[in-house]
Design a protein around this ligand. Sequence first.
Ligand code: ATP
Ligand code: MG
Length: 237
Amino acid sequence: MEMGTPGRSRIMTGINGLDEMSMGGIPEGNQVLLAGAAGTGKTLLSFEMLYRNAKLNVPGTFVSLEEGRDSIIQNAGGAFSYFDDIDDIIHSSRILIQEQTGISGFKSKENWQSFLAGINKIVQSNKSRLLVIDSISSLRASEDDDRVFTRYVDLMTETFRNMGVTSIITMESESPVSKDQTGLYGTFMFDGIIWLNQVDMNGSMQYLVRIVKMRKTAHRVESMPYEITPRGFNIFK
Ligand SMILES: Nc1ncnc2c1ncn2[C@@H]1O[C@H](COP(=O)(O)OP(=O)(O)OP(=O)(O)O)[C@@H](O)[C@H]1O
Ligand SMILES: [Mg+2]
């Protein structure tokens, strides 16, 4: 589907309000960091993007580095009770869910490359156009290794870019750009950054989403409030 800039195809997020914020979806092939504090909805938001795309017959892959496969499916089904066809979609391989837990730290560059090669195989197997990695936080072994961490994240985005797949890479972080928070020496390797945040508004907590950057498209720069509902995410306009 072509939208926004003429001639450039987009991956719609399908999230109510988010495609408007990015003027028609994520430019296809972009590598997007989805950063946010604990519990802001990174896993659910990225799952919903895959779900919305699957409904349009755009296949995707969810690689979980933290939670087990069953837990992902159960949580998504529990939070989004109106999505009554998740099981069908998974059975039809429009969403592949790969559990790759227990990766902490980097044993070696070769291990990391073979992990990425494995993802490539999975992505090819259902011709995924959207790939979620949830999350890379556990790959940050220690602050001493942040240079290595940065190189490995760079290698990951480079690999996905060469694959031509659009990716959403989640990370637990209180800030989308601070080195202390992300462990990354710069965010140059990402084409886009979406930031989920929680703020105290006179005693009640409010979720906010902001597109910090998105290459190859104009986008809104404001923080927009959102809620997580049984019908999916809702970003208020
Ligand atoms: N079954 C549910 N019903 C309603 N809301 C839910 C349900 N499950 C999760 N949520 C909401 O979604 C939020 C967590 O979403 P999610 O797990 O996607 O966040 P996360 O950013 O991935 O968290 P983490 O940092 O733990 O990985 C919860 O804080 C809660 O508000
Ligand atoms: Mg999560």
